[in-house]
Design a protein around this ligand. Structure first.
Ligand SMILES: Cc1ncc(COP(=O)(O)O)c(C=O)c1O
Length: 475
């Protein structure tokens, strides 16, 4: 296999070149002219490269299906997997295909992304939770340990264990140890590597899940490696799992996956083969410079290196100057035209990727210096630790799969106490669900959500200040 080829991208370009007269879908007939405003911004190429994936003519080199197979094999080779699938519905879909392929209980970190929960929901798998521990100073969720896995899995014989590697904040577990422990339990090790696709390309970054011996790994190629939004890769290490995830894809994927999206993954893979180490290496260097400069600004705290396993995720805080991360995100956006990835009570996270340049780093650092100069007017006294902590794991009244099929109503937080949640309720970040469908709303949970709302912390799964709960007569 030759990594210098990009079979799907080339097949698509050849189709465009041929100027076929299309009497097939899609309805735009490969012409942007009918939508001049779209064409003005997207150009005509996006339309000309967007035939449906049904066209197959081997003789004319139009066999997109075969080209996709070849492209996926090249990606598997580059990333060190036995098989790879290209995905057009993000890492969300890859996690769904993997978990759909598992029969039995799952052990998952409670701080898993919602896609892990919805994967379990689709497959009807029961979830056992690895507890959430927060770093006491930075208030960020920490990855699980092997001892926690052992305790959680005892008496359950899980079919699979899911790990998030890295977390949103760039922290990583002792993954190899966890994978070994998972295999000793007789379970599959599944890695949500949405934020770690770039690990493969720099020796100073943590080892990728595949190198740690995982059975299935899903990466958001769009998040850290620059392909178009919603394009991801699913890597597996056995033929058996490959057959299962392909079947899941046949069942769950659109029957019209975008060839543009798939071909872009292929071309990005070729570029990564050519320059991945150089591009990711440069991003790592820029990120180091950025952190070092931010650390030198009085009043700015940067997540220390013992927690910052992925240096390209720059977690920093102006809590000493009295600003919450949520306030800092707003100031950077409104006054400096800078949008960070996420913010929480203490921190903001700025992602540095292969798309950054010394200029973008300079702009970020200057903006933070500017905020610090004005901080006397903006903030106040040093921020204290939050008065409330993440509430204890709620009682479960109904399995998730049943809870999402019951009729529901929206009620105030106060009225919701003692009722059963119909929704995932998740402050972002860190994306740890406070409630999943079927769980009972406790007084602690309601108080914590009220506090998040007062801070202006975005919460998914609420309607304003109301929670969705299952109607009493539907329980
Ligand atoms: C940890 C984690 N897993 C999975 C996902 C889903 O990825 P995608 O947006 O590619 O579907 C995300 C998205 O933010 C995420 O942060």
């Amino acid at each position: 296999m030759i990594q210098d080829n990009a079979p799907l991208w080339e097949a698509l370009c050849a189709y465009r070149q041929r100027g076929v007269i299309p009497f097939h879908t899609p309805g735009h007939k490969l012409r942007g002219e009918i939508f001049p405003r779209l064409q003005a911004h997207l150009g005509s190429g996006i339309f000309q490269l967007d035939p449906s994936d049904e066209i197959e003519d081997l003789a004319l080199d139009h066999d997109f299906e075969r080209a996709l197979e070849a492209a996926q094999q090249l990606a598997a080779q580059l990333f060190g997997a036995a098989h790879t699938l290209f995905l057009v519905n993000g890492t969300t879909s890859g996690l769904h295909y993997l978990l759909y392929s598992v029969s039995g209980k799952l052990v998952i970190p409670r701080f898993s992304h919602q896609a892990v929960y919805t994967g379990a929901l689709l497959a009807g798998n029961e979830c056992i939770y690895l507890p959430v521990r927060f770093d006491p100073e930075w208030q960020i969720p920490l990855p699980p340990t092997a001892a926690e896995l052992e305790r959680a899995a005892a008496d359950h014989s899980p079919a699979a264990v899911v790990f998030t590697h890295p977390t949103y904040y760039g922290t990583c577990a002792e993954l190899e140890e966890l994978v070994v422990k998972t295999h000793q339990l007789g379970a599959l090790a599944v890695i949500d590597e949405a934020h770690g696709g770039h690990f493969r390309f720099s020796p100073v970054l943590p080892d990728p899940g595949l190198a740690a011996g995982a059975d299935g790994v899903v990466q958001s190629t769009h998040k850290t490696l620059g392909s178009l939004t919603q394009t991801s890769m699913l890597h597996v290490q056995s033929d058996e799992l490959h057959h299962l995830v392909r079947r899941a894809r046949r069942i769950l994927e659109t029957t019209s996956p975008s060839l543009v999206f798939l071909a872009v993954i292929d071309e990005v893979r070729r570029s990564l083969h050519e320059r991945g180490s150089e591009l990711v290496g440069r991003a790592v260097e820029l990120a180091h410079c950025c952190s070092a400069r931010l650390e030198r600004i009085p009043g700015v705290q940067v997540l220390p290196s013992q927690l910052r396993h992925d240096p390209t995720k720059i977690v920093f805080s102006l809590r000493e100057l009295g600003l919450t991360g949520i306030q800092l995100e707003g100031i950077l956006r409104r006054d400096y035209n800078i949008q960070v990835e996420l913010s929480d009570y203490f921190n903001v996270i700025a992602l540095v990727t292969l798309g950054d340049t010394p200029e973008t780093i300079e702009q970020l650092c200057r903006a933070v210096e500017g905020v610090v100069e004005r901080a006397g007017h903006l903030g106040g006294r040093k921020l204290r630790l939050p008065d409330l902590s993440y509430p204890p794991l709620p009682d479960q009244a109904l399995p998730m799969g049943k809870a999402v099929r019951r009729s529901w109503e929206a009620v105030s937080l106060r009225q919701a106490v003692g009722r059963v949640s119909a929704e995932f309720v998740t402050p972002y970040p860190p994306g740890v669900p406070i409630l999943v469908p079927g769980e009972v709303v406790s007084r602690d949970t309601a108080a914590y959500l009220e506090w998040c709302l007062r801070l202006g912390w975005p919460i998914r799964g609420m309607e304003g200040v109301a929670l969705y709960v299952i109607k009493d007569n539907a329980l």
